[in-house]
Design a protein around this ligand. Structure first.
Ligand code: GAP
Length: 453
């Protein structure tokens, strides 16, 4: 059966329900930048929290870091970004637009009838030139005499330049990892597909420092572990794959890289890269800074530069994949419903509390129930509109449970619990509700879309 999700439907739902909207919209928007509203913030922070959980809580060999966005400019000389973080671009002298030279076949010329850039007779493309993707700014109060600094294009370098600090204070030894989540910035020539490729985005990166002889095994380990993370959070396994890079695709620092790819409505696309970076980064930063960035093993008396295995994911791109995979449309009692079948751990709101009517003491009891649940989980109280409309709203937000307070509640202090996926309704005593919902939220879950495949 064809998947109901298209990029247009996801964008429309995100706007309609306040997950994500175009940034600076009242000024006409700013090319490919987006703002996250209430439910988008909750969803993306659940994604990030799950990543932290997998990195920090479920392991004892990884520590956290939060490095600055602005770093010493030598960082980017050492990393190779100043010289080599470029995309080839061409300009069209006729329409004034800029295109990625290696993506012309996927792009549309803005003139009608629409064709690929360079195809129409009037197109006049320049030769391809390299365009550095780093955003530049000036540090200091006087623009002309200030130092040029860069908004970081990846969070990884903040980890490498802190290797010595962390090694000293964390009491770890290879194999160990340093994990970081934070904003990165790239002046992409052709951003697009909603939050898939933007100029400002959040990365979730972990650099795992290992003895050189163990690098190949850890590379295999992290490829499997990172693929499994997405499956465990409900992405359908048949919509995920690992794709090993060919030799001509590898970055200058990498001896092996594989992408976790997801079958987005735009086709198979990268969610995350896992790279064997060897000793490139520590060696470069040691050469440029003059600091020794190595590990001395007191037991073997061996001194070495650790090799690095890097799983590098995008928080926005992962959030988009979870939205796409969850999006569904179905008919219920002759009516169409749109629903986000998100893994309950990711759902922005875990439970909505709804009085059936706005009278007879029902709102008061409903508020009391919502307050009791709030200590345990993200709960929302909603009394506006018909009960059908409120269910539909919660379905579109992806809320796993709706609790309805009705006339029977006032007699026996029980409520109805409606399950988002099965639509089954059970009666549960108010006193037992927090424990009962917490237990149901912790149950194993898999996408109901799988049953239909
Ligand atoms: N440190 C390695 C590194 O940055 P990358 O493949 O360039 O590797 C890692 O980026 C992840 O960051 C990507 O797999 C993607 O999820 C996310 N990402 C990269 N560029 C992005 C962009 N322009 N918009 C949104 N996410 C992006």
């Amino acid at each position: 059966m064809a998947d109901a999700a298209t990029m247009d439907k996801i964008v429309a739902l995100c706007k309609r329900r306040g997950f994500v909207f175009a940034s600076s919209e009242i000024y006409g928007g700013l090319g490919s930048t987006y703002d996250y509203g209430h439910y988008g913030v909750l969803l993306k922070s659940n994604v990030k929290n799950e990543w932290w959980r997998a990195m920090l809580q479920e392991r004892d060999d990884i520590v956290a870091l939060d490095s600055a966005i602005l770093q010493h400019p030598r960082t980017w000389e050492a990393s190779g970004h100043l010289a080599g973080f470029t995309d080839p671009m061409v300009d069209c002298r006729t329409c004034g637009q800029r295109f990625r030279a290696d993506h012309l076949q996927d792009l549309e010329c803005p003139r009608k009838p629409s064709r690929h850039p360079g195809e129409a007779e009037m197109c006049d493309l320049t030769e391809a030139r390299d365009f550095n993707l780093m955003f530049e700014t000036t540090m200091g109060p006087v623009k002309d005499s200030g130092a040029t600094v860069y908004l970081r294009p990846e969070t990884a370098q903040g980890i490498f330049v802190n290797f010595k600090n962390v090694l000293q204070f964390s009491r770890k030894k290879p194999p160990f990892g340093i994990a970081q989540i934070g904003k990165s910035f790239r002046n992409e020539i052709t951003p697009g597909n909603f939050v898939f490729r933007t100029r400002e985005f959040e990365q979730m990166e972990m650099e795992f420092f290992v003895p050189p002889g163990e690098a190949a095994d850890w590379y295999e380990f992290w490829k499997a572990a990172r693929l499994q993370w997405y499956v465990d959070l409900g992405l359908r396994a048949d919509h995920l794959r690992l794709r090993e890079h060919d030799a001509d695709e590898l970055s200058h620092y990498s001896s092996a890289t594989a992408d976790v790819e997801y079958l987005f409505p735009i086709g198979w696309s990268e969610l995350e890269g896992i790279a064997n970076r060897g000793d490139f980064d520590l060696t470069q930063h040691a050469a440029f800074s003059g600091e020794k960035l190595e590990y001395f093993d007191p037991q073997t008396k061996e001194r070495y530069v650790p090799h690095v295995i890097e799983p590098a994911a995008g928080a926005d791109r992962a959030t988009l994949a979870f939205l796409v995979d969850a999006y569904d449309e179905e008919e219920v009692d002759g009516e169409q419903r749109t629903v986000l079948k998100l893994h309950p751990r990711l759902a922005p709101i875990k439970v909505a509390v709804l009085p059936l009517v706005r009278k007879d003491g029902q709102p008061e009891v409903a508020r009391e129930v919502a307050a009791a649940l709030r200590g345990r989980m993200q709960a929302e109280y909603d009394e506006g509109g018909s009960i059908g409309k409120r269910y539909r709203r919660q379905d579109e937000i992806g809320t796993p449970f709706c609790v309805t307070i009705d006339h029977q509640t006032l007699e026996d202090r029980t409520v109805t619990v409606r399950d988002r996926d099965t639509l089954a309704q059970d009666r549960v005593a108010i006193d037992e509700l927090p424990d009962a919902l917490a237990a149901r939220l912790a149950e194993p879950w898999q996408s109901p879309k799988l049953a239909r495949a």
